[in-house]
Design a protein around this ligand. Structure first.
Ligand SMILES: Cc1cc2nc3c(=O)[nH]c(=O)nc-3n(C[C@H](O)[C@H](O)[C@H](O)COP(=O)(O)O)c2cc1C
Length: 275
């Protein structure tokens, strides 16, 4: 069976599908007029990104597994203005004060769905998710991160100092939780331990998640200590129940924020060389 079909009545031969295909597995037939055809190595190289279906203005292009009816149209009326987009991007904040209120499962699920629209190398979408829903379990896991920190302080005091671990452990001993910041949930993104772009794809997915969280009234913050500990402290890895052949690609804490920010803080000037 052909990997895609084209409705010849609808196809206007604009070659958009040919031009946008990232791996060049769609081509025009040689010589004569006609609709695009797959290359001989189509199935070896197609990334299943859906660009061919999404770009076709006449809904003529249909992959075996994806037709235009499954791809929502881009609504012009929903496009952000530059001003709206700038505020949207600049107003995302790392949230470190959370209400003692769990986040509804459907909202957490929506965050994951949005995260999965991030780019990934070769459209591999390598993400697996582990969501800690029980806030008491988040506390228990944070305590395990502190155990790991104490071991690092003993074994690598200089590294521990540079990473600020002594302050975090001292705060813990004084009753202050600076690992998950009292968040009711932690979300860990993980996948095949041998996958080369795990850190990049994981960070991009979490970035999407973090940008969408405020839209649902939620706040989030990267759990840098937590994430490091998952991969370096086997008891934590095990407690999370991650598959043995996985590694964590990143982690965020999520919950309802206590405070609202009124202004957009400055960031460094761009360091750029134009050549
Ligand atoms: C890889 C990474 C790890 C981070 N780890 C932590 C962390 O363990 N605890 C924390 O409170 N914030 C953590 N952050 C949040 C940063 O401190 C925060 O992004 C930065 O201060 C800028 O603030 P903003 O996110 O509100 O713009 C981390 C951020 C990144 C990207």
């Amino acid at each position: 069976m052909e990997p895609f079909s084209i409705d010849a009545q609808k196809c206007n031969q604009d070659e958009l599908c040919v031009n946008v295909c990232p791996t060049g597995v769609i081509r025009m037939p040689s010589g004569a007029d006609g609709t695009p055809v797959p290359t001989a190595d189509f199935s070896d190289w197609c990334l299943a990104c859906g660009h061919c279906v999404a770009v076709c203005p006449t809904e003529a292009f249909r992959l075996q597994w994806l037709g235009s009816e499954k791809c929502l149209p881009v609504e012009k009326s929903l496009r952000l203005t530059a001003q709206q987009a700038e505020q949207f991007l600049r107003s995302r904040r790392s949230i470190r004060n959370f209400k003692d209120k769990p986040v509804e499962r459907d909202k957490l699920e929506k965050l994951l769905q949005m995260a999965c629209y991030a780019p990934s190398a070769k459209n591999s979408q390598p993400w697996h998710w582990t969501v800690v829903e029980d806030s008491a379990e988040v506390r228990r896991l944070a305590a395990m991160v502190v155990d790991w920190m104490r071991a690092v302080i003993d074994l690598y005091p200089q590294q521990a100092k540079e990473r600020g671990l002594l302050r975090v452990v001292a705060a813990w001993d004084a009753g202050e939780e600076k690992i998950c910041r009292g968040a009711p949930h932690v979300i860990v993104v993980h996948g095949d331990k041998d996958y080369g772009f795990g850190a990049e794809d994981g960070a991009l997915a979490l970035s999407h998640l973090e940008l969408f969280a405020p839209v649902l009234g939620l706040g989030s913050c990267w759990g840098g200590y937590f994430y490091s500990a998952v991969n370096l402290h086997p008891p934590l890895f095990k407690a999370l129940g991650l598959p043995a052949d996985h590694r964590a690609f990143g982690a965020v804490m999520v919950g309802y924020p206590v405070f609202r920010y009124q202004r957009l803080p400055q960031r460094n000037k761009i360091r750029v060389v134009w050549r």
